[in-house]
Design a binder for this molecule. Structure first.
Ligand SMILES: NC(=O)c1ccc[n+]([C@@H]2O[C@H](COP(=O)([O-])OP(=O)(O)OC[C@H]3O[C@@H](n4cnc5c(N)ncnc54)[C@H](OP(=O)(O)O)[C@@H]3O)[C@@H](O)[C@H]2O)c1
Length: 216
């Protein structure tokens, strides 16, 4: 499997991670259509192929759902650009290479969405709507691109990452209410990515990874 780390600003962290993975590092601002294309072009030019695309980059910050004044058109555009349009552009630019993948089961796209795109909750309404749209797009693409390319999504609940470093109340809520009694770790997400890549049949699924919170 090809691993490429991309990010907007964390160059040193990206280079370190790429080094640990024995991979290469490409930097791109995924809110920029031209940089999305350049990123895919760079991967194909380096490796000559692209078998798996994991659309993980995303942005979110808390906005109370009843605070409509804060959610300007530019807030909507920022969130949709990175959380929905970038995965679309990356998939679209990668499609020719994914279609010619010789990996067992063919090319695979995995979109990291959110439980907020499955249930009406989450850090803000535009964030939840961007992830709901990406879940639906996942299913539409799976129907359109099979059997040559599989498209699935993982919808995490709360994950311990820099994004949620100061979400103390949300972490307490998860500990007290999720049957698993904790937030997910990044490895919990990575395990499902690996499983979805290895499987050669599953497509159009949104795997809810919320430690069972939805059951309560
Ligand atoms: N953490 C959670 O509880 C949680 C829950 C559900 C879903 N998710 C989803 O999981 C994914 C990963 O989130 P995370 O928690 O790891 O967030 P994070 O710690 O904030 O990391 C987000 C990553 O996205 C990159 N990124 C953001 N904007 C970008 C842009 N315009 N161009 C290129 N890269 C960009 C960031 O790179 P830079 O640092 O260089 O900007 C960073 O590497 C996201 O899609 C998020 O919505 C997270």
């Amino acid at each position: 499997m090809i691993a490429v780390v991309h990010s907007r600003s964390s160059r040193d962290a990206g280079l370190r991670l790429a080094h640990e993975l024995g991979s290469t590092y490409e930097q791109a601002d995924l809110a920029d259509e031209i940089e999305c294309k350049a990123l895919i072009d760079a991967v194909i030019s380096t490796y000559g192929r692209l078998d798996v695309l994991v659309n993980n980059a995303g942005i979110s910050w808390p906005i109370p759902h009843d605070n409509l004044e804060t959610v300007t058109a530019s807030v909507w555009r920022r969130l949709l650009d990175v959380n929905l349009i970038a995965p679309w552009l990356l998939t679209s630019n990668a499609l020719a290479a994914l279609r010619t993948s010789t990996k067992p089961g063919g090319g695979a796209v995995i979109n990291i969405t959110s439980h907020a795109g499955v249930h009406p909750k989450g850090s803000s309404i535009p964030y939840a709507a961007s992830k709901a749209a990406l879940n639906h797009t996942t299913k539409l693409l799976a129907a359109a691109l099979g059997p040559v390319v599989r498209v699935n999504a993982i919808a995490p609940g709360l994950v311990d990452t820099p994004m949620t470093a100061d979400w103390t109340e949300t972490k307490r809520f998860w500990r007290e209410n999720a049957p698993m009694g904790r937030a997910a770790q990044p490895d919990d997400v990575a395990d499902i990515v690996s499983a979805l890549v290895a499987n050669t049949y599953i497509t159009g699924e949104v795997v809810l990874l919320d430690g069972g919170l939805n059951l309560r």
